[in-house]
Design a protein around this ligand. Structure first.
Ligand code: FES
Length: 87
């Protein structure tokens, strides 16, 4: 499973295979915003402080994907075993 650290609280959540990062994060941050939950609206965009996102959205440009500074947590996952999010 992927480990996602929430920088503002220091808590870490496990994201199981087949679970979205958004779903796992909501256990600790119920207010995390989302709308389409299919990777096209941009509502769930979250800053990435560490780790390498595996982008699966249709919102970010190629340059934004490469920078890895932000991700759509409703669909995207990680290439690294750990992500640190600004949540
Ligand atoms: Fe729409 Fe994630 S909720 S892109």
């Amino acid at each position: 499973p992927l480990a996602v650290e929430l920088a503002r609280s220091g808590a870490t959540v496990r994201v199981e295979a087949g679970e979205t990062v958004l779903h796992a994060v909501r256990n600790l941050v119920p207010s995390a915003p989302s709308s389409c939950e299919q990777g096209w609206c941009g509502t769930c965009e979250t800053r990435v402080l560490d780790g390498e996102p595996d982008h699966r959205d249709r919102v970010l440009t190629e340059g934004e994907r490469e920078s890895g500074d932000t991700m759509m947590i409703c669909v995207s996952r990680a290439r690294s075993e750990r992500l640190v999010l600004d949540l």
